[in-house]
Design a protein around this ligand. Structure first.
Ligand code: ZN
Length: 152
């Protein structure tokens, strides 16, 4: 029974080590992505919508709306929209998207870190073995008994 328990525990230990190894690799890959981000990034959301300009003879009155882009930024609970000039739009869209990805990876790191700590604790639990002084005492007692009997 004792040997069977030892084999199961060994399997558990190697499974935890593998989980930890995989999680560490994923963590390193995420950190690598963050390091590779060259910047600059733009905080906020890039939003586009159709508008009417108000000119009476414009095509927008027949449903061909003008494309407008704004950068929506939340600062201390206040949301402000900044108009984005047409030539700046691709760059602003790209930089805000990369900002969003950076934040997502940061959130993934937080989750993964918690997962790693949980696995470390589980690994520790599988590695820990109780100290059983009674077995040692028995052995040393039998040794003592043997040496006693040897003297006699
Ligand atoms: Zn118009």
């Amino acid at each position: 029974v004792y040997n069977d328990h030892k084999v199961a525990t060994k399997k558990e230990v190697s499974r935890r080590r593998q989980l930890l190894h995989d999680a560490a690799n994923r963590y390193a890959a995420l950190v690598g992505d963050l390091i590779a981000e060259p910047g600059p990034l733009i905080q906020g959301s890039y939003l586009t919508h159709g508008t009417r300009c108000g000119k009476p003879n414009c095509k927008c009155n027949e449903g061909h709306l003008h494309n407008t882009a704004v950068l929506s930024v939340s600062d201390k609970g206040r949301r402000t929209s900044i108009y984005v000039r047409p030539p700046d739009r691709p760059e602003v869209q790209n930089r805000t998207e990369r900002y969003r990805l950076f934040r997502l990876r940061r959130a993934d790191l937080v989750k993964l870190h918690a997962e790693i700590i949980k696995t470390v604790d589980e690994l520790l639990a599988t590695l820990v073995e109780p100290y059983l002084p009674s077995r040692d005492r028995k052995r040393s007692q039998s040794k003592r008994r043997r040496s006693k009997s040897g003297r006699e």
